[in-house]
Design a protein around this ligand. Structure first.
Ligand code: SF4
Ligand code: F3S
Ligand code: FES
Length: 231
């Protein structure tokens, strides 16, 4: 089938403002948007810039705004979009070139919630055991691939880039509800700041955008309740 692909492009070193580049090409309905972009880059215009790595929905590097919705380019098929495809960078982060944005503020928020296991007890001789029921409590939040589709679809993040964002809260949830972890109160301090969890307005965009189907808004609510209970 013939498709028309519009890509919002911007090179801060060369362009005064972003512009739309138009490409008409042949594609199979079963092609993924990433295949289409690779075709453009490799056959038509090598200057097109975007991130990708695994091409299988695992590394989280190719989140972009595709036909108005944040998705991974390697997970969406041409047949699900039709003949017109519009691609823009994810919103709320500085554009470095074309679809590549500066992910550092996103990772700063991730690092701020101490996304690692904290336990100062002497290590046991074997594993730190946990019941299947306790493990199940945070199972969903272990699935995050740090793609930023959630945070960059959040209207609170668009208007206040300082908001810690749903991805960081999901990764805090992963450890806050781990029965073996002891860092809960330190994470609460971070989430309790003006830029923290209380800024969430339950817009649900994050949950709809997540390519891993993590119930993000529910996770935020669970952390919120835990913080209130602890207070
Ligand atoms: Fe991506 Fe989902 Fe993780 Fe957000 S919670 S960064 S959308 S995988
Ligand atoms: Fe934003 Fe998700 Fe809350 S979209 S407002 S973080 S529910
Ligand atoms: Fe790795 Fe799409 S390229 S998730």
């Amino acid at each position: 089938m013939q498709i028309n692909v519009k890509i919002k492009r911007f090179d801060p070193d060369a362009d005064k403002r972003p512009y739309w580049a138009d490409y008409t090409l042949e594609a199979r309905p079963s092609d993924r948007v990433l295949d289409v972009m690779n075709h453009i880059k490799w056959e038509v215009d090598g200057s097109l810039a975007y991130r990708r790595s695994c091409a299988h929905g695992i590394c989280g590097s190719d989140a972009m705004l595709i036909n108005g919705v944040n998705r991974l380019a390697c997970k969406v098929l041409v047949q699900d979009l039709g003949e017109k495809i519009v691609i823009e960078p994810i919103r709320g982060l500085e554009i470095k070139k074309d679809l590549i944005v500066d992910m550092e503020p996103f990772f700063d928020s991730y690092r701020a919630v101490l996304p690692y296991f904290i336990n100062d007890d002497p290590p046991p001789p074997g594993e730190r055991l946990q019941t299947p029921e306790d493990r199940a409590i945070f199972d969903e939040s272990t699935k995050c691939i740090l793609c930023a589709a959630c945070t960059t679809s959040c209207p609170v993040f668009w208007t206040n880039g300082g908001y810690i964002g749903p991805a960081a809260i999901v990764n805090a949830h992963r450890f806050i509800f781990d029965s073996r972890d002891q860092g809960k109160l330190e994470r609460f301090k971070v989430l309790n700041q003006a830029s923290g969890l209380w800024r969430c307005r339950t817009a649900y965009n994050c949950t709809e955008a997540c390519p891993r189907d993590i119930p993000i808004t529910q996770a935020i609510e669970e952390v919120r309740r835990e913080m209130l209970w602890r207070a």
